[in-house]
Design a protein around this ligand. Structure first.
Ligand code: GLN
Length: 451
């Protein structure tokens, strides 16, 4: 059925970079045999899942939507993929994204744009736009994405699906091509909250191959996320950051999000507005830190170890230069230049170190908020999905659209985005809930109760 949907809709939306029907069908037969033999059970057995193309899949091309990795076939799978397959999931293919996950519209991909299934003249969001669109179009049951500054939550919001960024360290990053290593997290994009909880339950938990992955038990928590699927918010304390409803927020988005807050209040939650400081510093701090880490992480693409190499050059230096000039797109180059600049001597203290201090202060502001609230509620983005091409000419405007999502990455917090209505153009509006570290169960419970 997933392939029937893909065949019918892929030409219109272009959610995938690579698809391997034969491989998936063969795997489906094996999984079915294991189910019949009673060796495999559980909610993900036989479920067709798509994977963002910056998450490594053994023997299946993983391009990061970049020319520089256009022929890269990993020899191993990411831990999250291994865990999904162990649970019986069938990987259908690899989804389109912004190049190296840098962007908010999926338009910086080297392999074409993806259409929003609600209206293909609009972007699906990004950078996990292919994953969000594939779920929304029914071209897979669920998908994996990655979120460095909102790349799971924002496309989920634009495509009217549910997307969750777990706490930093909750899911192993082993096999995720690094963008901003201190911010990156893998997470699910699904049709509903229950599916999200089921996938998270499979992929979360300590992995010795990622030293930043966390043992939930050691943090006094369990990964039994599906146990939180309870329709009950009575007594739950929900904070609404006033600063998330200021200038720049589209009135239709504001209205839908505040109505969602009212609904939770009617169901027994204690909803209250409060002041979250430092919101205006989050964007500069995020783009400084993310670009700095990206400039370092992307050093490895030099035309030697793997990936694309320029065909004509004289000497090593020209080979590096041509390979990287031809291999990376403009947005990635912009980030590498910005990152190298803020890390260079003479500017390090003024930019990079200052951004790290802002990050620490933002974390402190959230700690204070979570002393009073179980979760925070707000919009996922200032607007609904922009039209194709609208964001490409003005990168700063695109960066500003990340205002509500990036703080959760800077502070390592979990966040979930779910649909809360349509705007007057018929495009989905996303509601975001953010929780304290390792409190994804509270988020799941609140989101499930709203849904
Ligand atoms: N739009 C943000 C950026 O371009 C977030 C991307 C992401 O989360 N991967 O950096």
């Amino acid at each position: 059925e997933a392939f029937r949907q893909i065949e019918e809709k892929e030409a219109k939306f272009h959610c995938y970079i690579s698809l391997d029907k034969e491989r998936a069908l063969k795997r489906a037969e094996q999984v079915q045999a294991a189910i019949d033999a009673g060796e495999l059970a559980g909610p993900l057995a036989g479920v067709p899942i798509a994977v963002k193309d910056n998450i490594c899949t053994k023997d299946v091309k993983t391009t990061c939507a970049s020319r520089i990795l256009s022929n890269f076939v990993p020899s191993y799978s990411a831990e999250a993929v291994v865990r999904l397959e162990r649970a019986g999931a069938i990987i259908l293919g690899k989804t389109n994204m912004d190049e190296f996950a840098m962007g908010s519209t999926t338009e910086t991909s080297a392999f074409g744009v993806t259409g929003n299934p609600w209206n293909p003249g609009h972007v699906p969001g990004g950078s996990s736009g292919g994953s969000a669109a594939a779920v929304a179009a029914g071209e897979c049951f669920a998908a994996l994405g990655s979120d460095t500054g909102g790349s799971i939550r924002q496309p989920a919001g634009f495509c009217g699906v549910v997307g969750m960024k777990p706490t930093y360290g909750a899911v192993s990053r082993y096999g995720l091509v690094a963008y901003g290593s201190s911010l990156d997290q893998i997470g699910p994009l699904c049709r509903d909250v229950a599916d999200c909880a089921a996938i998270l339950e499979v992929i979360a938990g300590h992995d010795s191959k990622d030293s930043t992955s966390v043992d939930f038990a050691a943090a006094g928590e369990k990964t039994d996320f599906t146990s939180a699927l309870k329709d009950d918010v009575s007594g739950m304390r929900i904070g609404i950051p006033r600063d998330y409803f200021g200038e720049g927020l589209h009135p239709e988005v504001r209205k839908a999000v505040l109505e969602a807050a009212e609904l939770l209040k009617d169901k027994g939650a204690e909803v209250e507005e409060f002041d979250l400081p430092l919101v205006e510093y989050a964007i500069p701090a995020y783009y400084t830190i993310a670009s700095a880490e990206a400039s370092s992480n992307l050093e490895r693409f030099d035309g030697i170890k793997y990936g694309y190499r320029a065909s004509e050059y004289e000497g090593l230096h020209q080979m590096y230069k041509r390979t990287r000039s031809e291999g990376f797109g403009p947005e990635v180059k912009r980030r590498i230049m910005l990152g190298s600049f803020v890390l260079s001597s003479g500017y390090y203290d003024a930019y990079y170190l200052k951004a790290l201090r802002v990050k620490a202060l933002i974390k402190k502001a959230f700690d204070e908020a979570f002393a009073r609230y179980d979760c925070l509620l707000g919009p996922v983005a200032p607007t609904t999905a922009p039209g194709l091409g609208e964001s490409l000419t003005d990168p700063i405007r695109m960066y500003l659209g990340d205002i509500y999502t990036i703080s959760a990455n800077l502070a390592g917090l979990p966040g979930i985005c779910l649909p809360c209505g349509l705007d007057s153009r018929g495009l989905p509006i996303g509601l975001q809930l953010v929780g304290d570290c390792f409190q994804e169960k509270k988020l799941i419970q609140a989101a499930f109760s709203y849904e």
